[in-house]
Design a binder for this molecule. Sequence first.
Ligand code: WTA
Length: 649
Amino acid sequence: MSELKIYPVKENIAANALIDDAGYQKMYEQSVVNPEGFWREHGQILDWIKPYTKVKNTSYDPGHVDIKWFEDGTLNVSANCIDRHLATKGDEVAIIWEGDNPEEDKSLTYNELHKEVCQFANALKAQGVKKGDVVCLYMPMVPEAAIAMLACTRIGAVHSIVFGGFSPEALAGRIIDSNSTIVITSDEGLRGGRAVPLKQNVDQALTNPDTKCIEKVIVLKRTGGDVAWTEGRDLWWHEITENASEQCEPEEMNAEDPLFILYTSGSTGQPKGVLHTTGGYLVYATMTFKYVFDYQPGDVYWCTADVGWITGHSYLVYGPLANGATTILFEGVPNYPSTARMSEVVDKHNVSILYTAPTAIRALMAKGDEATAGTSRNSLRVMGSVGEPINPEAWEWYYRAIGDEKCPIVDTWWQTETGGILITPLPGATALKPGSATRPFFGVQPALVDNEGQIIEGATEGNLVMVDSWPGQMRTVYGDHERFEQTYFSTFKGMYFTGDGARRDEDGYYWITGRVDDVLNVSGHRMGTAEIESALVAHEKIAEAAVVGVPHEIKGQGIYAYVTLNAGEEPTPELHAEVKQWVRKEIGPIATPDVLHWAEALPKTRSGKIMRRILRKIATGDTGSLGDTSTLADPSVVDKLIEEKAKVV
Ligand code: WTA
């Protein structure tokens, strides 16, 4: 039903937007007919030190996947995000910081940001950080997180940000894989009134003997909470920047030099280090930010994502700053201290563009009028959604309750791997259908394929692939190019496979149906079932585990874990709590199972493969249609599981 609902572009919005529907059609056409010419022109959205002469050099051929954009150009990311704005916008606000506590805030102009970034860049240099070194950031949401990112780019260091909600074990794994030489952290973070012991987590991570690559730990004083100190290794941020010079010449980087590594979950094994490079990534982040949010001078832009996720990289820091925008960095959570906090922040800072996630929208929607009480949100002009499919009910609520029916919603589909938004409406160009990410951005060529890899046309449903490259595409899995090819280019030869399924309607609009692989999306956070399973079986009392996703009203998906205990172990309530706690400790709070199902045995085929299809159905209570169970080694396992399900808490 809701699919029939269409919200045409309002005339006043189309008239004032950067681009209308005819403009979109024309530019899109150019971008796919002549990608080379299109990107040659639009690469100029950045300032280059040495202009590129080559534009696109990409191959998806099996065994030879190679992606290069603007390969002979040179530039510096921090110069594009800061220096080039100084002449005209030096005194304009670059970053507004809104604290967890509503009484704490501050802002930094572009001039101030320049000074802080140069000082910290010089401090990093003084600690021996060189071009190409990997610097790990494990930071709360404070301006220094953005300053540290930009300082790395200024000197050509590669940052690897680890979300502050990850556990010491997860942090250690990422430090080891990326071979980081420095960790930047703070004494504690602050979220929803609670302190997060970041420095303590770093200390713990560094007890892992394989983290020897770390030479220094730079600690920002945020809360003033007590921290342990390792002389010779630990340094205070304020002490090393105190006397640092306020000038730091930006390093000339090649377009294909690494910019950052960001770990993300896949369907198998350990998280992968997604590698993005300098030129193509920044061109794409800058251009998508401008058009997708219809950014215009004077806008105040707020993206609620954490810097630890790709959205925090592309649309909290790099895209907005490269456009010379004012970006809000929010330390807290959308419903603290009051349910209306998000709306209050919008009013307080006159936010005109708001970019948030379905899980936050649904959590607020559940509170009804409380979420907007006492606020006007009059400043809002454009609203965005990202991270997971937005259900039409949540879309409608966002549109009515938050946006007062005057703001177009851009439902942006993309991935850590894609660097920037690939499928999205444009505010002045695209008629909206609640729940649809609508149409491809410029230069993006999506297609749907069946399970044999045949492209299927027209209104249909299938696996979502990209048939050609765009500048923001990841270049490799850090240190493992073979895994890159295997993961993304081997399922359907010659195409980039997204891991998502999608439907395309008669108007050519895409409706993302969710992951088709063993990747969960819990509150917009990606997690591999394999990752959670290996954390579970690492517990001494657990013999086997299988994890499936189940629908969850607020989180989108919840984690349902089947656990088989070692012989002789009893499934007590204490063990139940202990196992949940164990997963929190191994990965982080976001991976805590919602449901633990003590299973006597798991359904396996004769060759020993767990039949997840059956586990998914049992978890959702859909036991009337289990399908063929005759290939199971022991079909009676199924009845047993259904029996046990009744006892699950
Ligand atoms: C899902 C986040 C539907 C999708 C930027 C994708 C979405 C995964 C949307 C990537 C959307 C993201 N509609 N699904 N608008 N945005 N997804 O790497 O399954 O954290 O593959 O990047 O999130 O998650 P990631």
